[in-house]
Design a protein around this ligand. Structure first.
Ligand code: BES
Ligand code: ZN
Length: 458
């Protein structure tokens, strides 16, 4: 059997120096790899105490997007990047809060006690109702023009439904539920959109069979604009040795409103800052962008904005995005190996990031970190434009998730150290100068065997 030690004796220094060759040969003994000198250049410098202190500072107040708490966090992150000499940018973007001032749906003089969708358009319209079923794309006819669309919930998003009927000229939307309740969802749009119960909706469907029905929608929603931020810090490679490629390492700096977000996601931010601190003093041949995103908790608004403002030439050069979110939860992960560390991809497929992650943990901890399928964080928009990306997280998540108890007391330094070391060692495989540009290197192919896990996350 190939044990850890026997493999070391098999490897020569020159083999270690050309990592691609080493990986190809060590496939005979899966996971029987050892910490390399390259790994040590990164992992020996990682300080869980530094990370802990960052989390402590960031988690003294909530950092809800668009609040002074976010700005306080952003200023801290920015100052850290700047003190490292990094080219640092604060990228503002707008976010919107909605305040409902009036929400009424009236049919035949009866008030249906409807609820306006958050993000609904404002207006007072009276028009005939038209039943458009679920308003699936391609099924809505021109009949709806100038009328109010009666829509059933399900199959596609509210936003899509409203878009589909508005595109055909509907002046309002009356949406009924699949279950009980009449207060659901977000429907960005120009026309008033009001939710009613399933029973009310079905009654209207019946009524329409007997002749025209007129409805009135009266909605007044105030839109309040706020500003949230992405912080970007660029680390440029050696001018004489530049692969032209870019690696991004990110976390979200915002928290939910009622929690200090120590683990979610000051922990990820602390690792981004720590890796920045280490990589500024390490020769590299690939640009690294350290990113912290605002408004992740509102639906990845910051990372989506960041990706949307990138020139295509940057996107084309981006070869890997490492997202860290909730990487320090002491009570996360149950009895899974590596404290429950797992790499989630949007499509549930392996990619360069997961290959390098699994290889890193097998070298560092003798265990190949598994992968799984999950969105729910800022790796989504990177994936959407074709950049190999993965979320590093401990799952199942801890009981403090999104609660006021997500505080520094529940942070594990060991978990921080492990997750940051994994991402640091994995990213270093790409950015260190002795590996050739990725498309010509052997670091990309699957390096160790690692498993798909369909693990419950919360
Ligand atoms: N850190 C979480 C993501 C997460 C939570 C992943 C639990 C796995 C298990 C993230 O900050 C979050 O809460 N995301 C939102 C989704 C977002 C689109 C609003 C969520 O999962 O509800
Ligand atoms: Zn999070």
């Amino acid at each position: 059997m190939f044990g850890r030690k026997s493999i070391i004796t098999v490897l020569t220094t020159s083999m270690l120096l050309s990592a691609g060759v080493v990986y190809a040969q060590t496939n005979i003994a899966v996971n029987a790899q050892s910490v390399t000198a390259f790994d040590n250049k990164v992992i020996k410098k990682i300080s869980a105490d530094n990370m802990y202190n960052t989390i402590k500072y960031l988690s003294t107040v909530p950092r809800e997007a668009g609040t002074a708490g976010e700005v306080r966090g952003v200023e801290y992150i920015e100052s850290q990047f700047k003190s490292l000499g990094l080219e640092t940018r604060r990228i503002p973007f707008p976010i919107y809060d909605y305040k409902t001032l009036k929400q009424q749906a009236i049919v035949d003089g009866a008030d249906l006690n409807g609820h306006a969708f958050s993000g609904s358009g404002s207006g007072n319209v009276t028009a005939e109702l038209v039943n458009v079923g679920k308003a699936l794309a391609g099924t809505v006819t021109d009949d709806v023009k100038g009328k109010i669309a009666l829509v059933e919930r399900g199959d596609i998003t509210f936003v899509e439904k409203v878009q589909n009927v508005a595109a055909k000229g509907a002046v309002g939307v009356l949406m009924y539920n699949t279950g009980t309740g009449n207060n659901f969802g977000q429907a960005n749009g120009e026309v008033p959109a009001v939710a009613i119960t399933r029973a009310q909706g079905l009654e209207l469907v019946e009524k329409l069979k007997n002749g025209p029905v007129t409805a009135t929608l009266d909605v007044d929603i105030e839109r309040i604009e706020k500003t949230s931020y992405v912080v970007e810090a660029k680390l440029k490679p050696n001018k004489n040795k530049d692969t032209g490629q870019i690696v991004t390492i990110g976390a979200h700096h915002d928290s939910v409103a009622n929690g200090p977000g120590a683990n979610d996601d000051a922990s990820g931010v602390s690792a981004v800052l720590e890796l920045a601190r280490i990589f500024v003093n390490t020769p590299i041949d690939t640009e690294v962008r350290f990113l912290t995103f605002g408004s992740e908790e509102r639906g990845m608004v910051g990372s989506s904005f960041y990706v949307s403002q990138l020139p295509q030439s940057d996107i084309d050069r981006m070869v890997a995005h490492f997202q860290m979110d909730m990487i320090g939860g002491a009570e996360a992960g149950e009895d899974h190996p590596l404290g429950g560390l797992i790499m989630y991809t949007i499509d549930g497929q392996k990619n360069l990031v997961t290959d390098l992650g699994a290889s890193a943990t097998s070298r560092l901890y003798d265990v190949a970190v598994p992968y799984g399928q999950l969105g729910r964080s800022d790796h989504q928009p990177f994936h959407d434009v074709g950049i190999p990306s993965a979320l590093f997280i401990h799952s199942p998540v801890e009981p403090q998730y999104h609660k006021p108890t997500d505080t520094i007391e529940h942070i594990s330094k060991e978990k921080l150290q492990q997750a940051a070391s994994t991402v640091g060692a994995a990213a270093y495989q790409i950015i260190r100068p002795d590996t050739p540009a990725l498309d010509r290197a052997h670091v990309a192919p699957a390096i160790v065997n690692y498993d798909f896990e369909n693990r419950a996350v919360d």
